[in-house]
Write a protein that binds this ligand. Structure first.
Ligand code: ADP
Length: 407
């Protein structure tokens, strides 16, 4: 029987929601997602994306590099991975490893011939971008660096919307006036979508003589920096033209690693500093928290002053320090948890030195994660004040019932 239009629309919406949820789950395992954008092509956006990713990997971060520059997927070329074949298991595609800390996925791996032009219409591009975000098995990453298509059209928009909350964008430009005009558009694009601009990089800024190391300004440099000041966004530095950036592609080793002492490599290493700063531990971000001197630290999810049964959605956590004796005074601090994403709360509480969590309900997976973080879990506690719950726990009189929320 043919479906009624309303039903079809509802089915479609439902399907979209399911897919978005799948993307959310995948992205939830990645701590920081960063878009690399440029106003136009040919400014070195992919080169910058590769070298930033490689630099983060050298700094012991687990990094994924995703190339969704559909019309010019150059990352396989830059890393000399053009012969690589993709491996897939069921519905997941494995990214191509470059080093222990860096793996890559590119639309280029899916083309029969890397030089084939990709002629796709809008909806097809959207589908392939969605597939990359949903089906690639990145596992747990510190950073996902996304090499976006140039410009501020449909594709960067799709990525920004599908990722939902990218940590920020790096905008790559060259010093010429024409490129800089395009950067203004890229900054406005980020502002409209509420994506923080991590900073602007001015690439091909001056030429470093391979013989004497002298830097000559071929085009007038500094335009990117002036623009960054004018638009009130950070300037991350200038990368000079270095012919070795082009020749490094043949070796397959990222330029920054192969020519680590070059001026351009040093500039890349400077440029990643604000990105590395994003990865401060969640505990450090809870900066007013006192470490203290105590025997036991108990955390209780709280709403309206009493235990909140859905621990992942509580307003605050009461963190109570005790000497292990209910007759001695407790010391309590209330802290706001980071946004609820799988795996974040156990690590956050562990970093604060919590040994026990008293909860109303908890899913199996969350329980396992607390176990892995050496936090004892008490499930099925009644709605009561944190102090009463801790007293009862220490006196071994805490009445626990059913797991009130086991998903
Ligand atoms: P985009 O992604 O913006 O289209 P690419 O990263 O593919 O640009 O770079 C275009 C070309 O410029 C490539 O051949 C690349 O090797 C070269 N290139 C990029 N940055 C530099 C640089 N700083 N010095 C020398 N060559 C560069």
């Amino acid at each position: 029987m043919e479906k009624q239009p309303l039903e079809t629309e509802q089915d479609f919406k439902k399907q979209m929601e399911i897919e978005q949820q799948q993307i959310r789950l995948r992205m939830g395992r990645i701590k920081h997602k960063i878009l690399v954008l440029s106003g136009k092509g040919g400014v070195g956006k992919s080169t910058v994306a590769v070298n930033l990713a490689a630099s983060l990997a050298i700094n012991n971060k687990k990094v994924g590099l995703l190339d969704i520059d559909i019309h010019g997927p150059s990352i396989p070329k830059i890393l000399n991975l053009e012969d690589k074949k993709l491996v897939a298991f069921d519905d997941t595609i494995m990214p191509v490893p470059v080093s222990a800390n860096l793996a890559v996925m590119s639309i280029g791996f899916m083309l029969k011939d890397q030089d084939d032009p990709v002629i796709w219409r809008g909806p097809m591009k959207y589908q392939v971008i969605k597939q990359f975000l949903r089906d690639v098995e990145w596992s747990n990453l510190d950073y996902l660096i996304v090499d976006s298509p140039p410009g501020t059209g449909d594709e960067p928009l799709s990525i920004a919307q599908l990722i939902e909350k990218p940590d920020g964008a790096i905008i790559v430009t060259t010093p010429q006036q024409l490129a800089i005009t395009d950067v203004r558009k890229a900054v406005s694009f980020c502002r409209q979508l509420d994506i923080p601009v991590i900073g602007v990089i001015e690439n091909m800024s001056g030429f470093v003589c391979p013989q004497c190391g002298h830097n000559t300004d071929i085009f007038k440099s500094g335009g990117g920096e002036d623009m960054a000041i004018e638009m009130n966004v950070p300037f991350l530095g200038r990368i000079p033209i270095d012919p070795q950036i082009v020749s490094a592609c043949d070796s397959g080793e990222p330029y920054i690693q192969r020519y680590s002492q070059s001026q351009a490599a040093k500039a890349f290493n400077e440029a990643i500093k604000p990105i590395l700063a994003l990865d401060k531990s969640v505990f450090e971000k809870t900066n007013s928290f006192q470490k203290g001197d105590h025997k036991m630290r108990v955390a209780i999810p709280v709403n309206d002053g009493k235990l909140c049964q859905h621990f992942g959605h509580c307003e605050t956590f009461a963190v109570i320090d005790t000497e292990g004796d209910a007759t001695k005074p407790f010391k309590r601090q209330d802290v706001t948890p980071p946004p609820h994403e799988p795996g974040v709360l156990p690590k956050w509480l562990h970093e604060m030195g919590v040994n026990v969590i008293i909860a109303g309900g908890m899913g199996q997976r969350a329980k396992q994660l607390f176990d892995q973080n050496q936090i004892e879990v008490v499930i099925g506690a009644p709605v009561d004040t944190p102090e009463n719950l801790v007293s009862a726990y220490l006196n071994k009189t805490l009445q626990t019932g059913d797991n009130t929320c086991d998903h």
